[in-house]
Design a protein around this ligand. Structure first.
Ligand code: MTE
Length: 328
């Protein structure tokens, strides 16, 4: 029988780290970095100073010239953009820990070179370097709502390219029905992957009609810059009409298949996390309501929107699937 540990997001939202607490911790760390006198007086704090930013420490990003990309005005928000500090410091990335403050730990991830395999039911399997892939497509910026199953939300200016372009490059066979996405696996860089009770690597899947829907977005950047590691650099998925756990981070493989992929969370707890995971205020998580969401940054409570407000783009994908658990 599989051993089970309580996961961070099995907590009720009200039990999760309150945002003002993590903001205060961030302020403290920033204050320490700014206080050179304090740092001099307390050299044991040196490990903390300057540990926050990926690019401060590393080599220049080889795709930096592609940013900022032109904004696509088709995707509009009904709320202000969330502060970059919140989007980059309130994260779910279990490979680096089950708490929200994994940004510093995620800097251990080496994102160059980064190879992406395309395999399974395709004309010809191949591997492509991320830096080559990103120059075969046209990057654009999109403003999307981002809704986690934990009942918090953000609004993010992502940069990326339609997943449809990746599917076209992959040339799937007509018999392929799904695309399965896989995150890197390297416990030496990602200590969370030493937690053997999780089914690493992180897996997610979409149907081909979902993957080729105009909203499905392969994200390479945010806030007009290459993506931060904690947000899933160098390449992640964003499907804004679904709960955030579908949005696989730091992808190394796309497999085209005729079998419905079983995801990381579905393997752990299939009664709570299903394949479709479309946002719906009327279908509660077994342990909490999805009727409202807490907006990160303001703490405002807003009513949850069905399909996260993207029904005009995606509701038709589910015609004829009335017997499926579309919203879990
Ligand atoms: N991808 C991987 N590989 N590992 C994860 O733990 N968490 C998911 C998703 N993708 C996760 C992941 C969840 S639960 C959410 S809500 C989003 O990433 C969070 O994305 P963000 O940290 O950029 O807001």
């Amino acid at each position: 029988m599989m051993m089970r540990k309580r996961r961070g997001w099995e907590m009720r939202e009200s039990e999760a780290t309150p945002e003002d607490v993590f903001r205060d911790r961030r302020r403290l760390v920033k204050g320490i970095a700014a206080g050179s006198m304090l740092a001099a007086a307390a050299p044991w704090l040196g490990g903390v100073v300057g540990a926050g930013s990926a690019r401060a420490a590393g080599a220049p990003d080889p795709t930096a010239d592609l940013y900022p990309a032109k904004r696509n005005p088709r995707y509009v928000l009904d709320r202000p953009i969330t502060d970059e500090e919140d989007v980059t410091h309130y994260n779910n990335f279990y490979e680096f820990g089950s708490q929200k403050e994994i940004a510093d730990a995620a800097q251990a991830l080496k994102i160059r070179p980064w190879s992406i395999a395309i395999d399974g039911m395709v004309e010809k399997p191949f591997t492509i370097e991320f830096d080559d892939l990103v120059r075969k497509v046209t990057l654009e910026e999109r403003l999307y709502r981002h809704r986690c199953v934990e009942a918090w939300s953000m609004a993010v200016p992502w940069t990326g390219f339609p997943m449809k372009a990746l599917v076209e490059l992959a040339k799937p066979l007509g018999s392929a029905k799904y695309v399965r996405m896989e995150t890197f696996k390297d416990p030496a860089e990602a200590p969370g992957q030493k937690q053997f009770w999780y089914p690493w690597p992180y897996i997610e899947g979409l149907t081909i009609p979902e993957a080729t829907n105009e909203l499905a977005f392969m994200v390479t950047g945010a806030y007009g810059k290459p993506l931060e590691k904690q947000n899933g650099a160098p390449l992640r998925l964003v499907t804004p009409w679904k709960y955030g756990f579908k949005s696989t981070k730091s992808i190394v493989k796309f497999t085209f298949t005729d079998k419905r992929p079983v995801s990381f969370w579905e393997t752990l707890q299939g009664s709570e996390y299903g394949f479709w995971a479309n946002v719906n205020p009327d279908v509660p998580h077994p342990r909490w309501s999805q009727a409202t969401e807490r907006v990160i940054g303001t703490n405002e409570r807003r009513p949850t929107l069905i399909w996260n407000g993207y029904g005009e783009f995606v509701a038709h994908l589910y015609d004829g699937l009335k017997n499926e658990r579309l919203f879990a």
